[in-house]
Design a protein. Structure first.
Length: 249
């Protein structure tokens, strides 16, 4: 059985005060780790403060980005070992904003993925097609190519023990969600690409997940949880979404 996960990507939002407040609200109300693991991804500068707030709770910490390099003269970068050192367990790799805004290629994403695993972090590999690619019927091919680039470097078994998040670019922050059927279609193609080794790999859906649409998305057979952006910034909304994941059969 794939482990259900509910992940909140806070992106570049908030202040130290609001980050600590949000972590505290989640920590007070989330105690159901048996059915789903909750992970929050605060801005890097607030990781330590949020970690302190989450100590003693069932919520774990993730980072939004890491360097592919292990150490050295890389001004402004943060290594996988540093993230592990301060208590991160997960890290996002290949988020579409990193790919589109910061020019991360499939091969950079693959290097970051391997760097994360070497440090003992679990990477959440984000994949997804643009609107134009969907309109040109290239969705499955694009997503398969993004995953294949990581398999080429890291190996299939290492990809299968990570987490993959399907986030169609056209659904991120737009209020437009993939329909449960559209999402399931891509998730099942990902599952098929991974083969036997990936039958228990956790596959997340991301892209305008909200309390109103979470249940139907999470009830799809190959969707094992969500990677939530905007709706993870409000404790009640995120808890509501998380609750819907725990209520799945
Ligand atoms: P939204 O939920 O705001 O669409 O963001 C999704 C996302 O990018 C999570 O990583």
């Amino acid at each position: 059985m794939a482990k259900p996960l509910i992940a909140g990507n806070w992106k570049m939002h908030g202040t130290a005060e609001s980050a600590i407040h949000l972590a505290s609200q989640l920590g007070q109300h989330w105690n159901d780790q048996s059915k789903a693991q909750m992970i929050v991804f605060p801005p890097a500068i607030y990781l330590t403060a949020v970690k302190a707030e989450l100590d003693g709770t069932n919520i774990v910490l993730g980072a939004q980005n890491l360097s592919q390099h292990s150490a050295g003269a890389f001004t402004g970068e943060i290594s996988a070992d540093m993230l592990a050192d301060i208590g991160c367990e997960y890290v996002l790799v290949g988020h579409s904003e990193r790919r589109a805004v910061f020019g991360e290629s499939n091969s950079t994403v693959a290097e970051k993925f391997s760097a994360a695993q070497r440090a003992g972090l679990t990477p959440i590999l984000c994949v997804g097609e643009s609107l134009q690619q969907r309109q040109q019927d290239q969705t499955i091919e694009v997503v398969a190519g993004q995953i294949a680039a990581v398999i080429d470097l890291a190996g299939l078994d290492n990809v299968c023990r990570a987490v993959i998040a399907y986030e169609p670019v056209w659904a991120i922050g737009t209020g437009e969600t993939a329909s449960p059927e559209q999402a399931q279609q891509v998730h099942s193609a990902i599952r098929a690409q991974l083969g036997d080794a990936g039958k228990d790999t956790t596959l997340l859906y991301g892209g305008s997940v909200k309390a109103e649409n979470a249940d139907k998305l999470f009830s799809q057979p190959d969707i094992n949880g969500g990677l939530v952006g905007g709706a993870s910034l409000e404790a009640n909304d995120f808890l509501n979404i998380a609750q819907q994941l725990t209520e799945q059969e």
